[in-house]
Design a protein around this ligand. Structure first.
Ligand code: MN
Length: 485
């Protein structure tokens, strides 16, 4: 990838960040500016657009220095300011959490906040991932308890998110780095196990590579052949699934074949199956049926003459690029379009199969524009126990599954909750017993004269709303007793 000349705007941002972070140091002892510069470099490697790179350079200024959001808006425009604000809000939300035991559930809530923020602009999330990648790369400088906390959060929140965005390379690097801190013994054990296995397999792997290459050349197929390294963390998870029996892990040895087009992928599959015996039920066609994150490849596991189990992954160059860099790759290929679309206020910039994001964004955008929304349900399996509903203005609110209109109202504001007289769901009058569903547009009708009722307690699902209502009912009771006296 050719490196574009550094733009004036980027240089200006670097200058501003340098001045702002002057005198601040990282735990590693380096000047603080090293961190935003590293984030900048990561974003450049991912091929992100200029605004994202600038926001990456400035991502810690509003929180940690005297630079304000207004300064950034004036100097770099609305889009950069929005991105910096998004990243700042995410880290502020996490700042109050110190107790390691209560930490994870809370970060999962953050994760949701994250998702809602990216309903407006997914680039916020990409900056956050770059920020986390550099922090986990330099984690050794922190005290052990912090290391564990950040590593755990990386494993449970950020690596799955990278996977969700099909950023394979990032997922592997993040999760292996983090796993090393979370469970160092296990990490070393599995690392040795893989290395030992690779030593043993090396000779026959060479032989297989030779056989395959020859057969493909005979068919006049242009290809690239490489071994793929299994991530230690994914081995850890697989071992748990298979009772720690390494002999049941079939993709320890894997070869990747990259070809020019889809037809050739199937041709290669045929060649492999004519050379070796495929294992039953192990042929997976993710080209015809991509994974939910957009991943495409054909996988097949075969048994060789000398009884080796080898997995093959066959894909086109484009699919490979996408499997490694995911969402970032599609930004790179569509940068022009992305920038234009943002300028035009359009959201449809994801040419990928990331339906869950696209749908979320499109629905929010349509609502903001006052358009009618066809109520296709959003697919957000990652948050199976959560639903996302919308205000008529298009703001997204996340609630636990089973929530009712009053939960929604109290989530918006207790002033709204206290004065509910009715609810419209998807434009139709409904009632307070109606369970909210994924993608519903909920409009709360209020009246000044309404006061909280104890009968509402049976029409509430979340503890948050219940606590608020009880508090109000108590207040009311005291007031009435006061009047009687
Ligand atoms: Mn940072």
């Amino acid at each position: 990838m050719e490196k574009p000349k550094e733009s004036e705007r980027i240089l200006k941002a670097v200058e501003l960040a340098r001045k702002a972070h002057e005198g601040q140091f990282r735990k590693t002892g380096e000047p603080y500016i090293v961190h935003p510069m590293a984030v900048k470099k990561i974003l450049e490697e991912w091929g992100m657009d200029e605004d994202t790179i600038i926001a990456g350079v400035l991502h810690d200024t509003v929180e940690d220095t005297s630079v304000t959001l207004d300064d950034i808006r004036k100097e770099f425009g609305e889009s950069v300011a929005f991105l910096v604000d998004g990243v700042t809000k995410l880290s502020t939300a996490r700042a109050g959490m110190r107790d390691i035991d209560t930490y994870l559930p809370e970060t999962k809530d953050n994760f949701l906040r994250l998702l809602i923020a990216l309903g407006a602009d997914i680039r916020v999330l990409i900056i956050k991932l770059a920020d986390r990648l550099h922090n986990i790369r330099t984690l050794s400088a922190l005290p052990p308890d912090k290391q564990k906390k950040i590593a755990k959060e990386t494993l449970e929140v950020f690596a799955p998110l990278a996977d969700r965005l099909n950023m394979g390379q990032l997922r592997v690097e993040m999760s292996d780095l983090a796993f090393k801190y979370v469970d160092p013994k296990r990490y070393d054990y599995l690392k040795n196990l893989i290395e030992e296995h690779n030593r043993q397999a090396a000779k026959s792997l060479k032989k297989i590579e030779g056989e395959i290459s020859e057969a493909l050349k005979k068919e006049k197929i242009k290809f690239e052949l490489s071994g793929r390294v299994k991530s230690i963390y994914s081995l850890h998870k697989k071992m748990a699934k298979h009772n720690q029996n390494i002999n049941e892990i079939y993709d320890l040895t894997a070869l990747r074949i990259i070809v020019e087009d889809v037809t050739t992928c199937y041709l290669v599959l045929g060649v492999i199956h004519s050379l070796y015996t495929p294992m039953e039920g192990r042929v997976k066609d993710y080209i015809a049926m991509p994974k939910q994150n957009g991943y495409q490849s054909i996988h097949t596991t075969v048994i060789t003459e000398d009884k080796r189990v080898v997995e093959f992954q066959i894909r086109t160059r484009e699919m490979h690029e996408y499997a490694e860099r995911g969402l970032a790759a599609s930004f790179y290929y569509n940068e022009q379009k992305v920038t234009e679309n943002y300028k035009a206020g359009k959201i449809e910039h994801l040419p990928t199969n990331l339906l869950w994001i696209t749908e979320l964004q499109q629905t929010a955008a349509k609502l903001r524009e006052g358009k009618k929304v066809d109520l296709e349900k959003l697919k957000l399996n990652l948050f199976a126990d959560k639903i996302f509903v919308y205000t008529p203005k298009g703001d997204i609110v996340d609630l636990p599954k089973g929530s009712l209109p009053l939960d929604f109202a109290y989530r918006l504001h207790s002033e709204i909750g206290d004065h509910v007289v009715g609810v419209k769901i998807n434009g139709k009058m409904s009632n307070l017993n109606k369970k909210l569903e994924q993608g519903d547009i909920v409009e709360i009708l209020t009246s000044k004269n309404q006061t909280p009722k104890s009968s509402w307690l049976s029409k509430i699902f979340t503890s948050h709303a219940r606590a608020k209502l009880l508090h109000r009912l108590n207040e009311k009771e005291h007031q009435e007793q006061g009047k009687k006296k």
